[in-house]
Design a protein around this ligand. Structure first.
Ligand code: PEP
Ligand code: MN
Length: 668
């Protein structure tokens, strides 16, 4: 049983609670759990829960039906997000840890760190103490190896994780490692768990090769009860009668554990299968099954590896896997986290002064942590909580971001322009219903607003109603017109329903929660139903499941950087955390052309001659100039930045009102 204490509990009340529980036969321990202080009460005591709940200083009492309490979702319903330096694991992100099985030399770990980071790994792994089946096999470089890995992690900006094999070594290793790994063989080494848990560092807990899910969660409980609050569970294959693969990946453990526990679950496909060619397919299956990330063995030359070479990926295989994960992630409502591009790959400033790295607004961003603490500034979106734009912000800025709902898209632009919000999130186009023209038009009216990022969200629509509603009681359906357009086929099956357009999907759901009518339903995402405590009457009602919405992240330009060619890419706008050192590979521009034959053709020719790919061309009427149009163009930024520079320079000479809306990293 867990007693969550009120934030302002007095020490007198706390002492009283302790005696109350011990007098009734419980042993009591106090600890921090998530954001709360709790008293954990274990043993065979008995107590009247209502009486306990009413005692001063008690926020709530959580009782679980499981033998593990701190690890149970019954105790904590929201996903735990584990923070390791700048890296977060859990929630809607996919985080990939990669590195060799064992640290073999300084050069080997440096080389591996560089290449896994280049492909997007967020943490570096490597064994310094190797628990090998044979006593004659390579046992690892020990503390020297760990020092090498720490150096590599620091050099490439990645926190490190390494296996700890004995309680005696834990203290010593703690200074150098960012996260401890408890290996499969040690999952039930309870003295080790207690010692490592007491150090308070994040722990990656592998599942034992013959452990049940309950035993695994009880081992997590040992760690949590000993003091750490950050545990990541790692499924790495279990022992079965099958001998073709090294172990058998228990894919079903992923959704099972995600339901039983709030802790993040990652998968180690390398030890699960033991065969290089099988690692990527099962890794993708793990992501599809809901894993929060992976830990993958990668070696620059696997055939030379001192341990686990046959299951280590070649660098190119790892790169391909990461690209595949990036493409798969939106399908399961997640996004692959990437470490910004490595320092060595930074592009130099080109002659014209275009800064392809983008740049942060010096005044606005100074002193602010990146990757966390985004709650300190506002990010505006149009609609009400639970709208898809709200989810897009969570994807880009995290759950603890300060999301501010405003009544319209124009209000988002205004909030960013006036500095009331640091960033804005607006939808720009949907793969089924097309462009959100209002936002295209707003870019023309707000020259000081730049695009600094792109997010693609898979849209799964649900019909949502009050608790007492069903498909038969519905008469009226509310949603954003895009919601109706994307669910055309489903709505056509119910011609009797009256459609009431709203300004956003979140607002449609909020109105149902307020009115609580069984004859009104809304089309929105499942998150909105959960948020407002409503019922999903039917899930997945969009006409085509390949339904994505592209959002732009907006930021205000530094004044004076608006249109001069030498600062095209240097918009001076503040960038979201984690985006500062990303190399943009996509840009959006808008221009009009002289009213003469071939003028648009001449512009497109400039792009085509340089091999610049155009991914979108959209024309919009120019207000006040009947039958004249602005052209919105999305283009790729080629590797060779001078090519891009010259294309933009030339475009300026062939167009009227050329405007560079922003350069950003394309979301897959
Ligand atoms: C490892 O990750 O290097 C390792 C030894 O894994 P496991 O404990 O899962 O066998
Ligand atoms: Mn290994």
């Amino acid at each position: 049983m867990i007693v969550v204490l009120s934030k302002n509990i007095s020490s007198h009340d706390k002492d009283r609670l302790r005696s109350f529980l011990s007098e009734r036969g419980f042993s009591v321990r106090e600890q921090v759990f998530g954001d709360d202080d709790i008293l954990g009460a274990t043993g065979k005591g008995s107590v009247d829960i209502r009486e306990l709940s009413l005692l001063p200083g008690v926020e709530r009492v959580a009782q679980t039906s499981k033998p593990y309490e701190l690890a149970s979702r019954e105790t904590k319903s929201d996903d735990t997000i584990v923070t390791i330096g700048p890296v977060k694991i859990g929630g809607s992100r996919i985080s990939v840890i990669a590195g060799p099985c064992a640290i073999e030399s300084r050069e080997q770990i440096m080389e591996t760190a560089a290449l896994v980071r280049e492909s997007g790994a967020v943490m570096l792994r490597g064994g310094a103490y190797k628990p090998r089946t044979s006593p004659y096999a390579f046992q690892g470089l020990g503390m020297k190896g760990l020092e090498y890995m720490k150096e590599a992690g620091d050099a490439y900006g990645m926190p490190i994780v390494t296996e700890v094999v004995s309680p005696e070594l834990a203290q010593q290793m703690m200074v150098l490692t960012d996260m401890f790994q408890i290996g499969a063989r040690n999952m039930q080494n309870y003295e080790l768990l207690k010692k490592v848990g007491s150090l308070g560092k994040p722990v990656l807990l592998k599942r034992g090769p013959a452990a049940t899910i309950e035993e695994w969660l009880l081992s997590a409980e040992y760690l949590l009860a000993s003091g750490t609050k950050d545990v990541i569970l790692c499924e790495r294959g279990i022992r079965t009668f099958e001998t073709y693969t090294r172990n058998t990946l228990d894919i079903s453990a992923i959704p099972v554990v995600r339901k039983l526990s709030h802790l993040p679950v990652i998968v180690d496909p390398s030890h699960a299968v033991g065969i290089r060619a099988k690692v990527s397919p099962v890794a993708l299956a793990a992501i599809a099954a809901g894993a929060n990330g992976l830990t993958v063995e990668v070696h620059p030359r696997p055939e030379e590896a001192l341990s686990d070479g046959p299951q280590s990926l070649y660098p190119e295989q790892f790169e391909k896997l990461m690209r595949d994960i990036e493409a798969l992630a939106p399908v399961v409502g997640k996004e692959l986290m990437r470490t910004p591009a490595p320092v060595s790959a930074e592009r130099k400033m080109v002659s014209g002064g275009f800064n392809l790295k983008g740049s942060s607004a010096p005044a606005a961003q100074k002193g602010e942590p990146t990757g966390k603490g985004t709650g300190e500034y506002a990010i505006a979106f149009s609609g009400e909580s639970g709208a898809y734009a709200d989810q897009a912000i969570i994807r880009a800025f995290g759950e603890d971001s300060n999301r501010v709902a405003v009544p319209s898209f124009k209000a988002v632009f205004d909030a960013v322009l006036e500095g009331k919000a640091r960033f804005g999130m607006v939808p720009i186009e949907n793969s089924l219903a097309g462009s959100v023209h209002e936002n295209y038009d707003l870019f023309i009216r707000y020259p000081d607003i730049a695009i600094v990022g792109e997010i693609k969200l898979r849209i799964v629509h649900c019909l949502i109603g009050a608790k007492n509603a069903s498909l038969d009681t519905v008469r009226i359906v509310r949603s954003h017109p895009q919601g109706f357009a994307q669910c055309r086929e489903f709505l056509d099956q119910h011609p009797e329903w009256v459609l009431e357009p709203t300004t956003d999907t979140g607002g449609a759901v909020a109105s149902i929660a307020r009115e609580n009518l069984s004859d009104v339903a809304a089309i929105a995402g499942e998150v909105a139903a959960q948020l407002y405590g409503l019922k999903v009457l039917k899930e997945g009602i969009e006409t085509n499941p390949l339904n994505y919405t592209r959002f732009f992240i907006l930021s205000r330009r530094e004044s004076g950087t608006e249109m001069e060619v030498p600062s095209l890419l240097h918009t001076g706008a503040a960038l979201p955390p984690g985006y500062e050192s990303q190399i943009p590979n996509k840009a959006s521009i808008v221009f009009s052309t002289p009213n003469e034959p071939g003028s648009l053709f001449a512009c497109l020719k400039i792009l085509s001659e340089r091999g610049i790919n155009m991914s979108k061309l959209e024309s919009r009427p120019i207000p006040g100039k009947p039958w004249r149009y602005m052209f919105y163009v999305d283009v790729s930024i080629p590797e060779e930045e001078t090519v891009f520079d010259s294309a933009m320079e030339e475009l300026k000479t062939k167009t009227e009102d050329f405007r560079f809306l922003g350069a950003y990293r394309a979301s897959l």
